[in-house]
Design a protein around this ligand. Structure first.
Ligand code: NI
Length: 169
């Protein structure tokens, strides 16, 4: 297993629309293992392949306290959304240190393949539902800060670029 380098906002590669995974093979097994290791190391609750510069429809999530309930969703497809939404404070490993409110469906149902290539249906609510929506946005090339006002987004962009310049020194 290996830690994978993350892309950070406003890296334009984060806006790439991911393509479907064509086969759940050894390459995908390795990618899933590496993404899980990267997510746990960064203390994140979700990671989309987009964030490690792999533009295929694959996300990993673990919203459990014990960090032992990994959910792997390959080619996820939203099949149902609740009629109700709520504002939830979100963060993102690609936008470190920034947290802000995003309106999300309270509950969603997703069909996907798991890491063995079996199809499954996941009914999610609460944090898991929020996380699935956030990670599926990444696969469409969307970062959560794009839901915020242009003013806020520009402020975040400047802050990120400044931090990245300082890190590069
Ligand atoms: Ni994110």
């Amino acid at each position: 297993m290996a830690l994978l380098p993350l892309l950070f906002f406003p890296d334009p590669r984060l806006h790439t629309v991911a393509k479907p995974v064509l086969a759940v093979d050894q390459r995908i097994h390795t990618l899933v293992a590496d993404m899980l290791e990267t997510m746990y190391e960064a203390k994140g609750i979700g990671l989309a392949a987009t964030q490690v510069d792999v533009h295929e429809r694959l996300i990993v999530i673990d919203v459990s306290e014990q960090r032992d309930q990994a959910v792997v969703l390959i080619n996820p497809n939203l099949v149902w959304t609740s009629s109700t939404t709520h504002l939830n404070e979100e963060g993102c490993l690609s936008v470190p240190g920034i947290y802000d409110g995003v309106e999300r469906f309270d509950a969603v149902t997703v069909s996907a393949l798991d890491d063995t290539g079996q199809s499954r249906v996941v009914q999610a609510e609460g944090l898991l539902a929020v996380c699935i929506q956030h990670e599926m946005d990444h696969l469409m090339g969307k970062v959560f800060v794009e839901y915020l006002s242009p003013l806020k987004r520009n402020r975040i962009k400047k802050k990120m670029l400044k931090a990245q310049r300082e890190d590069a020194r």
